[in-house]
Design a protein around this ligand. Sequence first.
Ligand SMILES: [Zn+2]
Length: 228
Amino acid sequence: MRRLLIKADDFRTFPSIRWLNFIRFCIDRSLPITAGLIGKSLESNRVCKELIKLVYSSKNIELWNHGYEHNGWPGEKHVSEFFRVPENDQYEALAKTQYLAREVLGVQLRAFGPPFNKFDSKSLRAVGQFSEIEYLFDVGFCPGFKTIPSSFYVECDGRAAGNKFNYELAQKRAKPFLERNGCFVLQIHPGNHWDEQSLVEFGRFIDYCEREGVKTCGLDEFFIASIS
Ligand SMILES: [Zn+2]
């Protein structure tokens, strides 16, 4: 069963032409996506109503908990607020984002993925206190959770690709999964550094996946396909 899960990280609710274009594109193509919400952005008075309206009105967008600050714990650059910091602080970061999503967007977040894909054993204990969180990204195995480990990831907009979506790289990295007839996760950051060409290349990659018989789906369908 060929399935694709689109995991779009670093969703901040600030005005962003990149996120607007990406979400509009996905809505036009009826593509289900999952987007990692950074909770703190919902506390700002710069929240973009248009963006929120799009997310709110689309049944194809599922937000998940991507932490509260994302910038790393004070004094620690690019470390993650879920790595080597006290369990209670990790719990608070998770709780604030769960709360803000519920209060501001009316959305119950069902999944967690740590910033910079970095977490520790305390993160797993902290996230275990949220009965509504069913899914964990980046984690290989954790009792009581449905996990989607990073071994499923196809990354193609990292530093090596100049932080832009690179069609050739995506195709090359997706190939081993397709050869195994498997499922994979497209791990992307459309709001960070993508330009217009990135969206064109992303569209080309979606066309390629569709020609290869890959169905883009949401979390539940992906998880079932990935374990069967
Ligand atoms: Zn991130």
